[in-house]
Design a protein around this ligand. Structure first.
Ligand code: GDP
Length: 152
C-alpha cells in the first residue's frame, strides 16, 4: 500500500470487525438479506465463509461469557448448525455494524435493524458483531488465517 493510501486510511479510521450470521438466521434463509443490508449500509465484506462450530470451538469463541447463566445454552445454540462468518470493513465499521445489528434483545432493538427484522429472542438473535477493536482482532483471528484476508 502506498504511503498516500495509508494516510487516507488513518484519517478515515478504517476498521475491520467480525460479523456472524447465527444458526437461526441461516436456518431462516436470511444470509442474502443480512449481506445485502451490510453492503447497503456502505460497509464492505472483506472475507466470508460458512462453517459449523464444534461445541469446543463455540465455547472458545464465547469464553468471556463462561460465567453467565446462559453460557451452556448459548454454546449449544451457536454449534447446532452452520453459521456464516464475515470480516466487515469500512470507516468506523465496529460501531456502524453494531448500530445496524440493533440491541441484543430484539424486543428492545430499533425498527429496521437486523435483530428487529430477523431475531427470534434475546439468545437466537440472528447476528453477532465484535464490540471493540481488541475483540475484533481476536474474533477475526479465531476464524480467518492471514492468507484469507485482503492485504492491509
Ligand atoms: P451482543 O454483543 O449484543 O451479542 O451481546 P452479549 O455480548 O451481551 O451476549 C452475547 C450473546 O449471548 C448474545 O448475542 C445472545 O446470543 C446471548 N445472550 C445475551 N444475553 C442473553 C440472555 O440474557 N439470555 C440468553 N439466553 N442469551 C443471551
Amino acid at each position: 500500500m502506498s504511503l498516500k493510501s495509508e494516510e487516507i486510511n488513518r484519517a478515515m479510521a478504517v476498521e475491520r470487525t467480525l460479523g456472524i450470521i447465527k444458526p437461526d438466521a441461516v436456518e431462516g434463509q436470511r444470509i442474502g438479506a443480512v449481506v445485502s443490508a451490510i453492503e447497503g449500509s456502505g460497509l464492505r465484506i472483506a472475507a466470508l465463509k460458512m462453517v459449523q462450530l464444534t461445541r469446543a470451538q463455540s465455547e472458545g469463541f464465547y469464553y468471556v461469557h463462561r460465567d453467565r447463566p446462559f453460557f451452556g445454552s448459548l454454546v449449544a445454540f451457536m454449534s447446532r448448525g452452520p453459521i456464516v462468518v464475515m470480516v466487515i470493513e469500512g470507516d468506523d465499521a465496529i460501531a456502524r455494524y453494531r448500530t445496524l445489528m440493533g440491541a441484543t434483545d430484539p424486543a428492545k432493538a430499533s425498527e429496521g435493524t437486523l435483530r428487529k427484522r430477523f431475531a427470534k429472542n434475546i439468545e437466537e438473535n440472528a447476528v453477532h458483531g465484535s464490540d471493540g477493536p481488541d475483540t475484533a482482532r481476536f474474533e477475526i483471528g479465531y476464524f480467518f488465517a492471514g492468507s484469507e484476508l485482503p492485504q492491509d
